[in-house]
Ligand binder design. Structure first.
Ligand code: K1U
Ligand code: ZN
Length: 185
């Protein structure tokens, strides 16, 4: 077996996984915590999630988006085009700033749709890394938004849930139309 690329945590031979598209009941479900008994599944899933995210392309991916209801997510913002992979197992938000920030978000489960989302500007997250070591990360900017977006996925929350019903319905109608056209093509 070829080894894992230590830079990206992807494996060249890792198969990509199909990404669930909203509306889908799995995307609205709460994922369960990763337990010691899940070690083999998680070890196999991580490179496939990175490969799926890099190929999409995206900067994050949560396990429920690939039909796995576990509290696991991967992120890579690739600052300066250099890999900076983060594996989050059982992530928990331990602090959120009162200050808010608004930025445009997309979602691999809501392809082609973007909207301005307002969230706490800074976040502190506790999690286990892929070796099972306890870690904390403090973030602002895009990483803070991405951490909150991925943790939302683990609780069945989509970025559209942060919008008004009017904007949410508009995005979901547009997505449905575009998906139908894509299926017909
Ligand atoms: O979880 C997801 O659906 C992935 C999502 C993460 C995210 C994006 C923006 C703000 C918060 C969270 C995406 O990666 S959407 C695609 C995207 O943002 C992107 C794609 C290519 C290059 C750069 C960004
Ligand atoms: Zn998303």
């Amino acid at each position: 077996m070829r080894s894992m690329n230590p830079d990206t945590l992807a494996r060249p031979e890792a198969e990509t996984l199909p990404i669930l598209i909203a509306p889908h009941r799995i995307l609205k479900a709460k994922a369960r915590r990763v337990a010691a008994a899940d070690a083999d599944i998680v070890r196999d899933l991580i490179p496939r999630m990175f490969e799926t995210m890099y190929r999409a392309p995206g900067i994050g991916l949560a396990a429920p988006q690939v039909d796995v209801l576990l509290r696991l997510a991967v992120i890579d913002l690739q600052p300066d085009d250099k890999p900076a992979p983060i594996v989050l197992i059982n992530p928990e938000i331990v602090a959120l700033s009162k200050e808010l920030a608004t930025r445009e978000e997309g979602c691999l489960s809501i392809p082609g749709q973007y909207a301005e989302v307002t969230r706490p500007a800074r976040v502190k997250v506790a999690y286990l890394d892929r070796e099972g070591s306890r870690r904390e990360i403090e973030a602002c900017g895009l990483l803070a938004a991405c951490l909150q977006h991925e943790i939302d996925h683990l609780d069945g929350v989509l970025f559209t849930d942060h919008l008004s019903a009017l904007k949410r319905n508009m995005i979901m109608r547009r997505l449905s139309k575009e998906q139908k056209l894509k299926a017909e093509a």
